[in-house]
Design a protein around this ligand. Structure first.
Ligand code: NOJ
Length: 555
């Protein structure tokens, strides 16, 4: 059958191109048994909340047994469920319940490294005779390093650590308690595929693949140890396709667009299906800081064409520091000055440990404009839990974890997250973003709340596959504060206008087509034809669907 790339039914087939993804950490979402730690049963209780919001895919942050020195990214058992969160049974019930509500689930897969407490590494330390020694990357002498290659410069000053027991150096691209797996070893690759296969059998629809560029770099390996590093991704993709045809790989690849597209592969379905667009995210913050859309337009323009069935994933915020590493130093300084001038808000000299609402001083118009903008970009939107209600960071929590405070459900003690008195990470209690002010319960009762607006935005986005599938075209503007673009797909078009500036302005629109521009968030339909100026309020956002003469109206 030829690929159905211009029909709505294609959106159920290549489902990830029109998904709305919601990332959460089970540990901080909802505690069902009052022990102070969120759990799988708690999350299952809130599946209907997420379904009501319109989310179509949940991304679970690592839920595996771990040493808890990197919030679960330091895994001690790839096949297990962290007992604090629940059991395998709880997970499968959750996956099943979510699927019943039309929600697929993906989870973090962390193949680059294990915890140093993982049984493989414990055995590997015994020395060369251990069957697991070659599961890791070793050197007898400390290898030379490039300056600046350390990911967490606050805690590490080298990518190599000496193990006294093995009496050799081992590679760790992240923390020294996270030894890198030796993916040149066919047995390691086989194990990793088996891990992926295991979780697909439990009902997951794929993975967010952690730290992909590090995974494929042959650091510390003898020359030629991996003939083609990308073969690992091709093999994993093919294996997953055989096991579950709808499964996806969503990659964490923070590289330039030209480098990043190599991780899709030349043809669709060859390596990763989706990549986060870090360059678009960073350019968006620069554009917001300047109230000038041009950096964002340039970053979008720089995205190379996608191979068939592949997709960009866009986000406002993720669970790590908001990295600005791809901006020039002066640009990064501008974003810091606008959104995080206090050094305590910054991290590693390259990022911010804040969430958007606090960066924007709680300006509802501006927040909504930013989410509308992100949702209108050519790609699939990814939300981080709490964004739908405008949660802010808790700077009392150290480092990157400031944005990983418990979910704010209500104004009850501990934000309704738990009945326990103690939580591992404190809820945000005071100030305008504290849980008494910002919580789900309150916003559900307010028809004008961010939560209800977000629900509407998600519904609209899912009804507009043109945005996820279509050809993106910027529309020339007189005012640099305005980003105007259209997305065309299968004879249908969406036009989106965003005013990044705090002044009222006008968008210029010159469409060749006749017809009506149907206002998708309001009641102000417009004639499409000819040249026109459309008034925009400060931080305004507007979406239209072009209804050509004689065509039926979409709802
Ligand atoms: C990337 C993850 O996003 C981050 O949270 C983690 O610390 C590193 N990988 C190391 O696993």
């Amino acid at each position: 059958m030829p690929p159905l790339t211009t029909k709505r039914k294609a959106t159920g087939d290549v489902w990830w191109r029109n998904a709305v993804v919601y990332c959460l950490d089970v540990e901080t979402f909802l505690d069902s048994d009052g022990d102070g730690c969120g759990d799988l049963v708690g999350l299952c209780e809130r599946v209907d909340y997420l379904a009501g919001l319109g989310v179509s895919c949940i991304w679970l942050m690592p839920f595996y047994p771990s040493h808890q020195r990197d919030d679960g990214y330091d895994i001690t058992d790839y096949y297990g469920v962290d007992p604090r969160l629940g059991t395998h049974g709880d997970l499968v019930e959750l996956v099943r319940t979510a699927r019943d509500r039309g929600i697929r689930m993906i989870a973090d897969l962390v193949p680059n490294h294990t915890s140093d407490r993982h049984p493989w590494f414990r055995s590997a330390r015994e020395g060369r005779d251990s069957p697991y020694h070659d599961f890791y990357v070793w050197a007898d002498e400390k290898p030379a390093e490039k300056p600046g290659d350390v990911v967490f410069p606050d805690q590490e000053n080298s990518n190599w650590a000496y193990d006294r027991k093995a009496r050799r150096w081992y590679l760790h691209r992240f923390y020294s308690h996270q030894p890198d797996l030796n993916v040149a070893n066919a047995e390691v690759r086989d194990e990793l595929a088996q891990v992926a296969g295991f979780w697909l059998e439990q009902g997951l629809s794929g993975f967010r693949l952690d730290a992909v560029p590090f995974l494929v770099e042959p650091i510390g390996m003898p020359p030629g140890a991996i003939a083609d590093p990308h073969q690992l991704l091709r093999d994993l993709r093919r294996f997953m396709g055989r096991r579950n045809g709808e499964s996806i790989l969503l990659g964490e690849v923070n590289l330039s667009p030209e480098q990043a597209v190599e991780f899709f592969g030349a043809r669709g379905g060859e390596q990763l299906d989706m990549l986060f667009s870090f360059t678009v995210n960073q350019a968006m913050y620069l554009a917001l800081a300047r109230e000038d859309a041009r950096p964002l337009a340039a970053a979008l323009d720089a995205l190379p064409p996608l191979p068939q069935d592949c997709q960009w994933a866009h986000f406002v915020r993720n669970h790590d520091e908001l990295t600005l590493d791809k901006l020039a130093p002066e640009e990064r300084a501008e974003v810091f000055a606008a959104f995080g001038p206090d050094p305590g808000m910054q991290l590693y000299g390259r990022g911010l440990r804040r969430r958007l609402p606090a960066m924007l001083g709680g300006d509802q118009r501006r927040m909504r404009m930013v989410y509308s903008l992100m949702f209108s970009l050519p790609g699939t939107p990814v939300l981080f839990y709490g964004e739908e209600i405008g949660m802010a960071e808790n700077l009392d929590i150290e480092g990157r974890y400031a944005v990983r405070a418990p979910m704010q459900w209500s104004d009850e003690p501990n934000a309704g997250f738990t009945t326990a008195e103690e939580t591992r990470r404190p809820v945000l209690a005071g100030g305008p973003f504290g849980f008494r002010e910002v919580n789900v319960a309150r916003q559900r009762r307010d028809p004008h709340s961010l939560l209800n607006w977000m629900e509407r935005l998600i519904r609209r986005r899912r009804e507009c596959p043109e945005l996820g599938w279509g050809d993106w075209t910027p529309l020339a503007q007189d005012d640099p504060a305005v980003l105007a673009h259209r997305a065309d797909w299968g004879g249908s078009a969406i036009v989106a206008l965003h005013n990044l500036g705090g002044r009222a302005t006008q968008a210029r629109l010159e469409l060749a087509e006749e017809g009506v521009l149907v206002d998708l968030f309001g009641e102000r339909d417009l004639d499409a034809g000819g040249r026109r100026a459309i008034a925009l309020e400060p931080y305004d956002h507007r979406w239209f669907r072009l209804r050509r003469p004689g065509r039926r109206a979409a709802p």
